[in-house]
Design a protein around this ligand. Structure first.
Ligand SMILES: [Zn+2]
Length: 372
């Protein structure tokens, strides 16, 4: 089967557009000699590159463990980021809340339709290890509300409150092989995040010890477009400090804008970096509240790190989760489809120009064509 496929390993090549004149006499002037010298070096480089391609192809073909024709990986496709707030028993007060039953329905649909949750860490680091043929999805919860996550004490032990989202995901993962419980919680500082049993530190420890993540949503759920330079840094810096004090050594580098609202343009740089209380904070990602752009992976040329879109975990309205799920049902070609190998980025031929090669780090880029 593999023999039917033609794989092309993409290595930047110096394309030489002229041929070498072998009749040039030794008496020609220095400039020409220099040019010949360069051409000869280029020829040598080209031969070396040909050898390198051959070698790399051989190495890669040995490592190719999937049927490209069947799986058709597309690792430039969309990775949806879903935004939840809290869960309610019934009658959600707004489309920002989800009922427990509907949240379970979302997980079931993801599972049955080839979506697998990944961590924000792996999304930011481009370290995506879902099985071949599957689409990664990132699950987020804003505001630190107890129905998303809280602890109860039982026989002296802390465990997730029944039917909070973490409890539901833990149970779901137990009964659905291949599904890992992954989600990131964006918290504020002034509302006793994850109110319930345990200290702030114990709550955060539970999350990160169980595959979840925690990050920053400003101290007081601020309208960032309405406050000044100093206040923005205080809003971000305070929560940054809270999390880092509770979890020494933990990396906090993603941010979600309250109300999806960014600072005025000239102050947006303060999301990436700022100082509060003598300590610097650094963020790589700023999440909006809505589909502000398509869901690109970080190495897409149009990836905009401080304007990263999310869909509301809801249904009905255009741009909400279930609208997108329907959209991808009709347009599966837009989905990110994994090759199953986190170290290799597999792209169908013809899409190369959308890759920002500087963002690939040490990942192997693999452009493939399938002979019809
Ligand atoms: Zn919020």
């Amino acid at each position: 089967m593999l023999k039917k496929l033609v794989f092309i390993l993409f290595i930047p090549l110096i394309i030489i557009g002229c041929s070498q004149n072998k009749d040039v006499s030794e008496k020609e002037n220095n400039i020409i000699e220099k040019e010949i010298d360069i051409l000869q070096k280029d020829n040598a480089t080209e031969e070396k590159n040909d050898l390198l391609i051959e070698e790399e192809n051989k190495k890669t073909e040995e490592k190719v463990e999937i049927d490209y024709k069947k799986i058709k990986p597309n690792e430039l496709g969309h990775i949806m980021i879903v935004m939840y707030h809290g869960l309610v028993e019934d009658n959600p007060p707004s489309p920002y809340q989800r009922t427990i039953e509907d949240f379970k329905k979302d997980l079931e649909f993801f599972y049955e339709n080839g979506y697998r949750p990944i961590s924000m860490r792996d999304y930011i680091d481009n370290n995506i290890s879902v099985e071949a043929g599957y689409t990664p999805i990132v699950i987020t919860f804003d505001d630190g509300v107890s129905s998303s996550f809280s602890l109860v004490e039982e026989n002296g032990e802390l465990k997730p409150a029944p039917n909070c989202a973490v409890d539901i995901m833990n149970e779901f993962a137990k009964t659905h092989p291949g599904f890992e419980a992954r989600a990131i919680f964006y918290i504020n500082g002034d509302n006793d995040p994850f109110k319930g049993a345990g200290s702030f530190k114990e709550r955060l420890e539970y999350l990160i010890n169980n595959g979840y993540e925690v990050a920053n949503h400003t101290y007081s759920h601020a309208h960032l477009s309405e406050i000044d330079e100093e206040e923005i840094q205080e809003e971000i810096g305070k929560v940054d400090e809270m999390i880092k004090e509770a979890l020494p050594g933990y990396t906090v580098d993603s941010f979600s804008y309250p109300f999806g609202e960014r600072p005025v343009e000239e102050l947006r740089y303060l999301i990436e970096k700022g100082i509060y209380n003598g300590k610097e904070y650094n963020y790589k990602i700023g999440l909006r509240e809505g589909p502000s752009a398509p869901f690109y992976p970080i190495y897409h040329i149009k990836f905009d790190p401080y304007n990263v879109p999310r869909v509301r975990g809801s249904e009905g309205k255009e741009g909400d989760l279930w609208w997108y799920l329907e959209y991808y049902k009709n347009h599966p070609e837009y989905r990110y489809i994994s090759d199953g190998n986190p170290n290799r980025i597999s792209i169908p031929k013809g899409y190369e120009e959308n890759i920002d090669k500087n963002s690939l780090g040490d990942k192997e880029l693999y452009i493939y064509t399938i002979e019809e």
